[in-house]
Design a protein around this ligand. Structure first.
Ligand code: HEC
Length: 313
């Protein structure tokens, strides 16, 4: 039973330690797990269960066989077996051969100190312990050669830098995706010089023909005043630039300009508001008043329950 228990403990120990390995070295198989759909997972669970059952059956079989061998030996005590290779191996590399205690040889082993009659025997180190020690030496030699002499393995610093490099690439991809997906819901007023300059270039190349170089208007409406036909928020302007007003002569730009370019030119238009163009076209549309966003935490007195308590006389 002891053998069985130790095997079981070894197995559970292995499974428990697996995730820590995954965390330290590579998250690859963990992420692969997460990417699996439910069908694949079910299949995997079934496979794992079947495998587990097979392993359990094997262990049970070995256990039963050893049990049977023990019984068989008991029934036929006359049959002296040759020691199996395992017994020999065990004797040589694991347990070693202890000198019998109590015999004549005990005297040779005894150390020459005795405390109140308690004596100590000088047995040699068990082979398994010595072997573990030799293995650590061999491991150290291999490790040192691999990492320091040949420099093949990555040091922690190199691993860290590699991870940083991958993270930088991923961040770039994310940023590219974010820029590529700007739409009328996510568009923002980008006041950076780069964006405004790019917006001016786009405006002068594509829009000035109808809206004038300074935004004063022509075929298209004046973009410098506070009056807008379709609203003057960045989202409104972006939508008009993107989808156009075809029946009125404002073409949709979504096929010619990238989302980022449309955001830049919309931002540039907002910087024109309030400037004085050379030949301003008369205002069209309604005056646009930016909605003042109330802070979310501005609760009314009512909500705070701060109503004045009336005195009752
Ligand atoms: C062919 C002429 C023409 C070109 C080129 C043109 N527009 Fe227009 N645009 C118009 C017209 C006409 C309107 C008015 C639409 C309406 O009355 O609904 C307009 C309206 C607009 C509006 C809405 C104004 C408001 O008051 O709501 C914006 C913003 C705008 N254009 C931006 C641009 C930008 C940016 C470009 C260049 C990328 C551009 N336009 C290119 C003709 C043009």
């Amino acid at each position: 039973m002891k053998k069985f228990k130790s095997i079981l403990m070894l197995l559970t120990g292995m499974f428990v330690s697996l995730p820590t390995f995954a965390q330290t070295s590579e998250m690859n198989w963990v992420t692969k797990f997460q990417e699996m759909d439910s069908n694949q997972l079910t299949l995997l669970v079934i496979l794992a269960v079947v495998l587990g059952v097979i392993v359990l059956l094997l262990i049970l079989m070995i256990y039963l066989m050893s049990f049977m061998v023990a019984v068989f030996k008991k029934e036929n005590p006359a049959m002296v077996e040759e020691p199996s290779w395992w017994d020999e191996f065990k004797l040589k590399y694991i347990t070693g051969k202890m000198k019998p205690v109590g015999g004549k040889e005990e005297k040779d082993l005894m150390l020459d100190h005795s405390y109140d009659g308690i004596v100590e025997l000088d047995n040699h180190m068990p082979p398994w312990l010595a072997n573990v020690f030799y293995i650590t030496i061999a491991f150290a030699v291999v490790y040192f050669t691999y990492f320091s002499v040949l420099g093949l393995g990555k040091t922690q610093l190199e691993e860290y830098e590699e991870e940083l490099r991958i993270a930088a690439i991923e961040a770039e991809e994310r940023a590219a995706l974010a820029v590529g997906s700007i739409d009328e819901y996510s568009v923002v007023f980008d006041s950076s010089t780069g964006a405004i300059n790019s917006g001016r270039t786009i405006f002068e190349a594509n829009c000035a023909a109808c809206h004038a170089n300074d935004g004063g208007g022509g075929i298209g409406p004046n973009l410098t005043d506070e009056y807008w036909i379709h609203g003057g928020s960045i989202a409104d302007i972006f939508s008009i630039v993107k989808y156009g007003v075809v029946e009125k002569g404002m073409i949709p730009w979504q096929d010619q300009l990238s989302p980022e370019e449309m955001q830049n030119v919309s931002s540039y238009i907002l910087t024109l508001v309030g400037t004085t163009p050379a030949n301003p076209k008369a205002p069209e549309g309604d005056k646009y008043e930016p909605a003042i966003e109330e802070p979310l935490d501005a609760l009314t007195e009512d909500e705070l329950g701060l109503e004045e308590v009336e005195d009752e006389d």
